[in-house]
Design a protein around this ligand. Structure first.
Ligand code: SF4
Ligand code: SF4
Length: 301
């Protein structure tokens, strides 16, 4: 696989440096886009670089606003059929711009990842080769009462999973998700702390939930999760629009964190719940609460 990267700013540099650790021999070109471009650009084609190499995958990271429209143009020039566009700030690729980029990309495989660490395998062989190493964090944990070894299967594109993995050695397994949360904020993640209207939360918070989820799945339990009271959930079938599902930021990034059962009541997956409490404030029946106790589920192997 040959990768061409369009990058801008400090966030983009962090991502490029970490991609190079996993795919150094695959990167055939990097083009640095200036940070001070206007948000609205009449003709983005003037910003397409010349002398481009052949590539299979175009990765766009750190670009703000209309300049993201060069992604399909660059993909055409390098002969790539697969494009990943990552967003770390709420306004960097707004929904209207996404539609424009999708239209320009035509038949190409195009994925938007907000945050970049929400990117999962999705059936495209090129993008899945990338996600075999980078994307939504996945780890393996060894140890009984205390963590002896952590193997990073898929690192976050910024490298924070590797950082957290090293910090977890020697930690009591029941403290691990909280230590991981703390270390995630120490890294530090460069995603925005501004509220994102689509996610309903900040992009940085969602990245933290994804990081914690990796630890919980590797352990096979969590010590804290939102839980639905089935006695009161949707009890009279009158006021519930399943707001718990549509307001969960983990659902917005493609997770199955809140699902509706056959009896029309909600189920919250304790492995991926980030305990943001947004569903609690949205539920018209007051059926959700945060529970602090050990909850077991199938360990990810
Ligand atoms: S938890 Fe609340 S919002 Fe969700 S399905 Fe039950 S009643 Fe509806
Ligand atoms: S607390 Fe509710 S909204 Fe927040 S991550 Fe958990 S299930 Fe989703």
């Amino acid at each position: 696989m040959n990768i061409f990267i369009l990058t801008s700013g400090e966030y983009g540099s962090r991502i490029v440096n970490n991609i190079a650790k996993s795919f150094s021999s695959s990167i055939v070109g990097i083009h640095e886009v200036p940070e001070d471009l206007p948000e609205f650009i009449d003709d983005v084609s003037t910003y397409v670089p010349g002398n481009l190499p052949l590539a299979d995958l175009v990765i766009v990271t750190g670009l703000q606003g209309d300049i993201n429209l060069i992604a399909p143009l660059v993909a055409d020039k390098v002969g790539a059929n697969s494009i990943i566009i990552s967003a770390h700030e709420p306004g960097s690729v707004p929904p209207g711009l996404i539609s424009e980029i999708e239209e320009a990309a035509g038949e190409k495989v195009l994925v938007f990842a907000k945050p970049f660490c929400s990117l999962k395998p999705m059936g495209d062989p090129i993008i899945d080769e990338f996600t075999s190493k980078l994307g939504k964090p996945q780890i393996m944990i060894e140890g009984d009462d205390f963590i002896k070894k952590v193997t990073v299967i898929r690192d976050a594109p910024c490298g924070c999973t590797t950082f957290i993995a090293e910090e977890l050695i020697g930690v009591n397994v029941e403290d691990a998700e909280f230590v991981a949360d703390n270390k995630f904020h120490n890294y530090p993640c460069l995603a925005s702390m501004t509220h994102d209207r689509v996610l309903g939360d900040t992009i940085l918070h969602v990245a933290g939930y994804l990081s914690k989820e990796a630890v919980k799945r590797a352990l096979g339990f969590t010590m804290k999760s939102a839980v639905v009271d089935l006695e009161t959930c949707n009890v009279d079938d009158e006021h519930c629009d399943h707001l718990c599902v549509e307001n969960c930021p983990q659902v917005q990034v493609g997770g199955d964190t809140v699902t509706i059962r056959e009896d029309d009541k909600a189920f919250i997956d304790p492995a991926s719940c980030g305990c943001c409490e947004l569903c609690i404030s949205e539920c018209p029946y007051g059926s959700i609460e945060i529970v602090n106790k050990r909850m077991e589920f199938k360990k990810e192997e």
